[in-house]
Design a protein around this ligand. Structure first.
Ligand SMILES: NC(=O)c1ccc[n+]([C@@H]2O[C@H](COP(=O)([O-])OP(=O)(O)OC[C@H]3O[C@@H](n4cnc5c(N)ncnc54)[C@H](O)[C@@H]3O)[C@@H](O)[C@H]2O)c1
Length: 443
């Protein structure tokens, strides 16, 4: 069979600036982690781009390079960082307050972290009730704030001598917003910014500013942000990759592993009760019912799509699914996520599964930020634009194109296959279908 053609991918030359919105637990764990890895002091565990291999060709060929040696990704040495936050703490102070990393990972890179101070944020407490920030931009209209963000992006690019930029939202979860008229077209969106319309949340200002400056945008929180027609069209017009929403890290990651297993075996599900205790700032923000609602929507959608109750009413037509998040300060970033799953098998006999995941939220999220920054940059250089569905692997509530009957793909292993197949496709390698019949039959 002829080899498929590789895409034309611009080389990863020069520095890649990673613009982080929010300099809290996730961002500082990511930055400090990258610096530790660069200095040879730790391993980038949890990062597919750094640790994983990719199989190429048939199994006996034994071709399985590391992804970072296969795809032309930016090197960790070439990453530079900038952030915005309404809280003025530098990355070292913020990391100490977040309490995720221990001194042996913070002190050796303290000077580096102290050099990253947050730019004033486009912030409005209406959207994150539990935060009180002083490091904020002033402006009469949201448009003015967004224009200031554009200036920040340009100034940083020049100051740091970046060749390219990517932006990742690692800011707090905003209150729940549904798409409305202001989000339908770019003209309506820009007018709404001028009129300080409440439908335009601060995260949307960052996304708009990024796209106007030619910067790909990934959303690590469940906010609507770039998941609206106006910004999707803007991304397509400007040939920029976008994606979201909400890093898929702990409980939902497990849910998207376990539920496909039940479905694969045709085991029924009667109920799934998920509860969490966490005590970091994210937990405090999510203690506000309006921010929790945004998170709840993102966490709830998963089972519905994976189990397909409309196709299997006897098995999944009546699943009682509940998600709770409780703010419990003593635990800090070390979240505990419990799941009680009521399943049923042959002839309807009930069984139970209990999962108790004692995880570390930001330890799970930091490698995702790294992968998203590198892969969105790769997508951009490969000429991919609009929603990057192949990066659904990283998101709890993956964005998909509207219209055309597409629904999001939540199964972690389908997402994983999709990601690797997209890399193979980009690089002109055969897709791996796992058919394997050619090893047994002469076809
Ligand atoms: N850690 C995980 O496993 C995980 C998983 C999925 C999603 N998330 C999401 O990632 C985000 C970051 O999580 P975290 O634990 O770092 O939270 P955090 O509270 O430690 O950090 C968020 C930071 O964003 C800042 N912020 C809020 N509004 C802002 C604005 N308009 N502009 C700039 N900065 C702003 C806050 O001041 C804060 O410092 C949250 O939305 C969280 O829900 C985290």
């Amino acid at each position: 069979m002829p080899q498929p053609a590789a895409r034309d991918i611009a080389p990863a030359k020069g520095k890649l600036g990673v613009l982080l919105v929010g300099l809290g637990a996730v961002s500082t764990t990511f930055i400090a982690g990258v610096e530790n890895v660069r200095r040879g002091r730790a391993l980038p565990i949890g990062s597919l781009t750094q640790m994983a291999t990719i199989r190429l060709g048939q199994r006996p060929e034994k071709r399985a390079p590391k992804i970072k040696d296969f795809a032309p990704l930016a090197a960790l040495e070439d990453l530079v960082f900038a952030a915005w936050d309404p809280i003025p703490d530098d990355a070292y102070t913020a990391a100490k307050k977040a309490g995720v990393l221990e001194p042996h990972h913070l002190e050796p890179v303290a000077d580096f972290l102290k050099s990253i101070t947050p730019m004033p944020a486009a912030f409005d407490q209406h959207y994150v009730k539990r935060l009180h920030g002083t490091n904020v931009k002033r402006g009469k209209t949201k448009r003015e704030l967004a224009d200031q963000l554009r200036e920040d992006i340009r100034a940083f690019k020049q100051r740091a001598g970046c060749d390219r930029l990517v932006m990742v939202w690692c800011g707090s979860t905003e209150v729940f917003i549904t798409p409305g008229p202001a989000h339908q077209s770019l003209a309506a969106f820009e007018q709404a910014m001028e009129q300080n319309d409440q439908a335009i949340a601060p995260s949307m200002l960052y996304a708009w500013a990024a796209l106007m400056e030619g910067v790909p945008f990934a959303n690590g929180a469940p906010n609507l942000t770039v998941d609206v027609p106006a910004l999707e069209k803007l991304a397509e017009e400007r040939h920029l990759p976008i994606g979201g929403k909400d890093f898929k890290t702990g409980q939902t990651m497990m849910k998207t592993v376990l539920s496909p297993a039940f479905k694969a075996r045709m085991l029924g599900v009667a109920g799934w009760y998920s509860t969490n205790i966490l005590g970091n700032r994210d937990g405090e923000v999510l203690d506000d019912p309006e921010s929790f609602k945004t998170k709840e929507e993102s966490k709830l959608g998963v089972l519905e799509y994976i189990l397909q109750p409309e196709m299997y009413p006897e098995l999944y037509g009546n699943v009682f699914h509940k998600v709770r998040i409780n703010y419990y300060p003593p635990r800090g970033d070390n979240k505990e996520g419990w799941d009680n799953i009521d399943i049923f098998g042959w002839l309807g006999y009930p069984m139970q599964i209990k999962v108790d995941f004692l995880c570390r939220d930001s330890i799970l999220a930091a490698p995702l930020v790294l992968d998203l920054a590198l892969l969105f940059d790769l997508a951009h250089r490969a000429g991919l634009s609009g929603i990057q569905e192949w990066l659904s692997f990283y998101f709890k509530s993956p964005q998909v194109a509207t219209g055309g009957g597409l629904y999001p793909e939540h199964d972690l292993f389908i997402q994983h296959t999709k990601l690797k197949n997209t890399l193979r496709w980009m690089m002109g390698e055969d897709q791996i279908t796992h058919l394997g019949i050619e090893y047994y039959e002469k076809v």
